[in-house]
Write a protein that binds this ligand. Structure first.
Ligand code: NDP
Length: 264
C-alpha cells in the first residue's frame, strides 16, 4: 500500500527514544522529513544522524523542554525557518508519574499539565495555520489508555492525559474545515527502554528479574499477555498520518492488546 507520504514534513515531540523514535523511523521509512525535539541533546542528535544515514531524509533537531512556553515558541520558529511549516504534528513527549493526591504539590501538577496538555495546545496552535496554507495536515496526540482507565499509582498522569484527549477532540472539530485531521491514540503497555529500567528497579525489590517482572505485568493487565513493541504502535501512527486514513478524524484509537475493559 502506498501511504503517499513521501517528502511530507513531520514534527515529533520526544522523538529521541521509545515510541516517538519508532514513529520517526516509521515515517522516515516512508520518505518523510523530520523535526525532532527532546531535552537530551546528545541522544537526540545521535538518533537523528542514524535516521539520516539509514533513510536518506532530512532531520532537523531542536533540544528543548517542551513543557516550557518559550522553548515551544523557539522550536516552532526553527521549524518555520527550516521547513516553512509542517504537514504532520505528533504530540508525543510525556512520561508517567507516581504520587498520592493527598501529598502531591501544585508544582508537580503544573509540570504535567504543561508537558501533556499545554505542549500539545501550543504546538498545535503554532503550526496549524502553516498546515492550512500547505493544504491541510495531520495532528496525532499520543495520550494513553490511562486517560480512560486510570492506573492507581499515577493520578496526575491519568488526569492530564484525559485532558489531552478532550483537547484533541475539541481541536479536531475546529480543524476539520482547515483540512487538518486530528486524532488521539491511546497506547497500552508498550515496551520502551524506560519500562525496562523501571522493571530492573522494581524487579530487584521483589527478587525477580526484569523480564519476569514485565511478563507478570503484561499477563496481569493485557488479554494478549505481552507488551506491544514501539514498532507495532508506530505502524498504526504512520497509517493514521496517511491520506489512506482520510475518514479517520476526531476519534480515539486504542492500541492496547485488549487491555481497555469496556466497550467504547
Ligand atoms: P520515553 O520515556 O521512552 O520517551 C519520551 C520521549 O519524550 C523522549 O524522547 C524524551 O526525551 C522526551 N521528553 C520527555 N519529557 C520531555 C520534555 N519535557 N521536553 C521535551 N522532550 C521530552 O517514553 P515512551 O516512548 O514510553 O512514551 C511516549 C509517549 O507515549 C508519552 O506521552 C507516554 O505517556 C505515552 N504512552 C506510553 C506508553 C508506554 O507503555 N510506553 C503507554 C501509553 C502512553 P528527553 O528525556 O531527552 O527529553
Amino acid at each position: 500500500m502506498d501511504l503517499q507520504l513521501r517528502d511530507k514534513v513531520a514534527v515529533i515531540t520526544g522523538g529521541s527514544v521509545g515510541i516517538g523514535l519508532a514513529v520517526a523511523e516509521g515515517l522516515a521509512s516512508e520518505g518523510v522529513h523530520l523535526a525532532l525535539c527532546a531535552r537530551n541533546e546528545e541522544r537526540l542528535n545521535r538518533e537523528a544522524q542514524r535516521i539520516r544515514d539509514e533513510f536518506k531524509v532530512e532531520v532537523m533537531t531542536f533540544p528543548c523542554d517542551i513543557s516550557r512556553q518559550s522553548d515551544v515558541a523557539e522550536f516552532i520558529g526553527a521549524i518555520q525557518s527550516h521547513f516553512g511549516g509542517a504537514d504532520i504534528l505528533i504530540n508525543n513527549a510525556g512520561t508517567g508519574s507516581e504520587e498520592k493526591i493527598a501529598t502531591a504539590d501544585d508544582e508537580k501538577w503544573q509540570y504535567y499539565w504543561d508537558l501533556h496538555v499545554m505542549a500539545a495546545v501550543r504546538m498545535s496552535r503554532g503550526l496549524m495555520s502553516a498546515m492550512e496554507v500547505r493544504g491541510g495536515g495531520i495532528i496525532l496526540n499520543n495520550s494513553s489508555i490511562c486517560a480512560a482507565q486510570p492506573l492507581g499509582y499515577e493520578p496526575i498522569y491519568n488526569t492530564t492525559k484525559a485532558a489531552l484527549s478532550m483537547f484533541s477532540k475539541c481541536l479536531a472539530n475546529e480543524c476539520i474545515p482547515l483540512n487538518i485531521r486530528v486524532n488521539t491514540i491511546n497506547p497500552g503497555l508498550i515496551i520502551t527502554p524506560d519500562w525496562i529500567n523501571t522493571a530492573e528497579i522494581l524487579g530487584k525489590k521483589t527478587g525477580i528479574s526484569a523480564d519476569q517482572y514485565l511478563e507478570n505485568l503484561a499477563k496481569e493487565y493485557t488479554p494478549i499477555g505481552r507488551f506491544g513493541t514501539p514498532k507495532e504502535l508506530a505502524d498504526f501512527f504512520v497509517f493514521m498520518c496517511s491520506p489512506r486514513a482520510s475518514y479517520c478524524v476526531g476519534s480515539t484509537y486504542y492500541v492496547d492488546g485488549g487491555w481497555l475493559n469496556v466497550v467504547k
